[in-house]
Design a protein around this ligand. Structure first.
Ligand SMILES: NC(=O)c1ccc[n+]([C@@H]2O[C@H](COP(=O)([O-])OP(=O)(O)OC[C@H]3O[C@@H](n4cnc5c(N)ncnc54)[C@H](O)[C@@H]3O)[C@@H](O)[C@H]2O)c1
Length: 443
């Protein structure tokens, strides 16, 4: 779509689509914007805790999605723990990313950030050549299940085509290791009482996000078989902790409570997920990198299985809000429509990874307390204005976010604003001028 959008002084937006001009309300997030220095210096530097003998055949490591949640933890961990490795973080800086996530590393001799898209074949190949890459960790993805129901092509494009581009580029370039980050959601729903699933279980994804991740895994499998590409696949349970964009349940709930707003619970809140703290998944991936076998698949499995309603209770308790009676709960929680389909639970077996020496160190209550503390201090400033992110089923296009209601009310082409209307909006002309002369504008 040939569309551009600019932020106006009063946060209304001008939207120009194929020459038609519309006014609308939304938020555009800017993942490049840096926090004020004073705030930044207060942020803790969070990494994992493992420290292995560096691998002799790994030197230049390409990490996709490095400005996003899990990868930023891994990037910080590798850069600060292993001066021997040179880390190249590659990220298109989508709505959920933030360069604040790796700002602490700016100036480190073994770190560099390269903006770019994994679906851009030429650029990916150029990066692999330029940095003489021998190792790839592929985290970049469209990762939010809720959004995949509304904009599923974006998930296929990034998660399937993007992975294919990386695999093909890695094959042409030649690498020693490629670690593909997948998810427990590829297995689909596991009924209560059923045995935990091992890495050889069937893949049965049930939403567009998990289907795109499973499809990406099929490409990984094919490249392993046909081209003997040295691939490792990692399937993790849900991950939580500081730096997670507040569209996901835990940071979203914390920020709602911080704003004295009700928690928005989809459906009855009974589905459960197993949760791994971010520091623990970093240790798990580091363990797989240094001790795992090429050609293998590893589950990262937590012991903590928690329902959405249990998360509500734990967080309400941490914010000293009573939730013992139905009346008390009603004061704090608003139940909304559920996802079109919601898996009841996922359950994976982690004994293969345990055999490499990894075990979960942070239990859910401890990890949740650390997470709450971080969001209380930094949640409002880290990504910019997250008001619309905190609503029920917001709509995201590029870096622009609407509430569901605002998006439904967007004018159709027939209601486009005329040129005369434009003349009455001096800020609009200013904003367009600014847009045309801004090097960071997306077109
Ligand atoms: N968060 C979880 O609970 C969880 C659990 C299991 C697996 N995973 C997997 O882990 C990986 C990371 O998840 P996350 O939660 O950190 O995601 P995230 O949404 O926080 O970060 C994704 C990053 O990828 C970048 N990105 C998106 N499209 C891109 C593109 N086309 N080119 C380059 N960069 C692009 C984004 O800018 C962002 O920085 C994903 O592959 C996800 O499927 C996540």
């Amino acid at each position: 779509m040939s569309a551009i959008a600019v932020e106006s002084p009063d946060s209304a937006l001008l939207f120009v689509d194929n020459g038609l001009k519309h006014r609308r309300s939304s938020t555009i997030l800017n993942p490049r914007s840096y926090l004020m220095d004073e705030l930044w210096r207060q942020a803790p530097v969070l990494t994992g805790s493992t420290n292995f003998e560096p691998l002799k055949d790994a030197k230049n490591i390409f990490i996709t999605g490095g400005a996003g949640f899990i990868a930023c933890w891994f990037v910080r961990h590798l850069v600060l723990t292993y001066p021997h490795y040179k880390i190249i973080s590659y990220d298109k800086l989508d709505y959920c990313a933030s360069l604040n996530n790796t700002r602490i590393l700016d100036g480190c001799p073994n770190f560099c950030f390269e903006p770019g898209d994994i679906t851009d074949t030429k650029e990916v190949k150029r990066m692999l050549r330029k940095h003489k890459i021998d190792t790839i960790f592929h985290f970049a993805a469209q990762s939010h299940v809720d959004l995949s129901f509304g904009n599923s092509y974006a998930f296929t494009n990034t998660n399937v085509l993007g992975t294919h581009v990386l695999l093909e580029s890695a094959r042409e370039h030649g690498i020693t290791r490629f670690v593909h980050i997948s998810t427990d959601e590829v297995y689909g729903d596991v009924p209560i009482g059923a045995a935990d699933l091992s890495e050889t279980s069937l893949l049965a994804p049930s939403n567009p996000y998990s289907a795109s991740k499973a499809a990406a895994e099929m490409m990984v499998h094919a490249y392993r078989k046909c081209f003997k590409l040295p691939l490792i696949t990692v399937r993790s349970n849900n991950v939580y902790g500081p730096h997670q964009f507040p569209e996901k349940i835990i940071p979203k709930f914390i920020m709602l409570l911080q704003r004295n707003s009700k928690l928005i619970v989809h459906g009855d809140g009974s589905p459960t997920r197993r949760y791994v703290y971010a520091g623990d998944i970093v240790d798990a991936i580091d363990t797989i990198f240094h001790k795992g076998d090429v050609g293998q698949i590893y589950n990262i499995a937590s012991k903590d299985e928690v329902s959405n309603m249990e998360i509500c209770h734990k967080l309400l308790n941490m914010f000293n809000l009573p939730s013992a009676t139905a009346e008390e709960l009603e004061q704090c929680i608003q139940h909304t429509e559920d996802r079109p389909f919601n898996d009841q639970r996922y359950a994976t077996d982690g004994s293969k990874l345990a055999a490499l020496g990894w075990q979960q160190k942070t239990d859910f209550d401890d990890g949740l307390r650390t997470t709450v503390d971080w969001y209380k201090r930094f949640g409002e400033v880290w990504w910019g204005d997250i008001t619309r992110v905190l609503t029920s089923f917001p709509v995201v296009e590029g870096r622009e976010i609407w509430t569901k209601e605002e998006h439904e009310a967007l004018p159709g082409d027939g209601e486009a604003v005329s040129d005369e209307d434009m003349d009455e909006m001096p800020w609009t002309k200013q904003a367009l001028d600014h847009l045309q002369h801004s090097p960071t504008t997306e077109r």
